[in-house]
Design a protein around this ligand. Structure first.
Ligand code: SF4
Ligand code: F3S
Ligand code: FES
Length: 249
């Protein structure tokens, strides 16, 4: 059954903009991204919106819907009250390119600072690597990240303080560090980087990032807190520090 949906969509660019009201014909079963596409096709042909998979797996379509970060392709219209206006604005933490599209370069620049996976020599008698299943499961959780950047969008450290982007990489990047640091076959030591360049100390464990992750990654409990413990060990444990220096030669 079809009905009319009241939509309020932010339109503009880096120089400024504002909310515009629309009424769009939609059908039951549609998601917010469908409504945006319907709007684009019928009334706002030049509306800029980023999307790709329409299956919750590419992370492209994230935006703020009624004030909360959401994947537009995974947010059904029936989650709103009948007659409720659906307001869509771009992710606030990143600079607007146009309309609902933001420039997320920050995240990729921070990712470039993270040393890549560096496996050591195979430990198995047969010349193959061996990993315990618990270690596989631990890093597999972090590999589920689809880079929607909704966790980056809600983290107050970088959302409310533009200058903090210079010193804190944000929760998505903490998960990237966790994926590599907790990999038992990896030989790189990124703890100094985590403390200095990535600024892990700026996270005060508010857990807002964990609440919005569409992949249900326990960003804070399984990623950031264990990383903080490793950084403290490396920084303040004199024995660990000496061992680390010796290993580096
Ligand atoms: Fe998105 Fe979760 Fe990855 Fe953050 S950790 S970018 S919320 S999938
Ligand atoms: Fe930010 Fe998540 Fe820490 S929201 S402050 S990175 S717990
Ligand atoms: Fe890929 Fe929404 S379009 S996650």
């Amino acid at each position: 059954m079809g009905y009319e949906l009241a939509m309020r969509v932010w339109r503009g660019d880096a120089d400024g903009g504002g909310l515009q009201d629309f009424t769009v014909d939609v059908e039951e079963g549609m998601v917010v991204l469908d409504a945006v596409h319907r709007l684009q096709a019928s009334q706002a042909n030049d509306l800029a919106v980023r999307w790709n998979c329409k299956a919750g797996k590419c992370g492209s379509c994230s935006a703020e819907v009624n004030g909360k970060p959401r994947l537009m392709c995974m947010t059904r219209l029936n989650t709103f009250e009948p007659g409720e206006t659906v307001t869509i604005t771009p992710l606030r933490t990143f600079p607007v390119v146009r309309d609902l599209v933001t420039d997320v370069t920050f995240n990729y620049e921070k990712a470039e600072e993270v040393p890549t996976f560096a496996p050591g020599k195979p430990t198995g008698d047969d010349g193959h690597h061996r990993m315990a299943q618990t270690d596989v499961d631990r890093v597999q959780e972090f590999r589920k990240c689809i880079e929607c950047f909704m966790c980056q969008n809600v983290c107050h450290v970088i959302r409310d303080h533009e200058d903090k982007k210079q010193v804190f990489a944000g929760p998505r990047l903490m998960i990237r560090y966790a994926e590599l640091e907790m990999h038992p076959l990896d030989t790189n030591d990124r703890r100094d980087l985590l403390r200095a360049e990535a600024g892990i100390g700026y996270c005060n464990i508010t857990k807002c990032c964990t609440e919005v992750c569409p992949e249900h990654i326990k960003i804070t409990d399984n990623g950031i807190i264990p990383l903080k413990e490793r950084v403290v060990d490396a920084t303040y444990d004199p024995i660990a520090a000496i061992g680390r220096r010796l290993r580096r030669g």
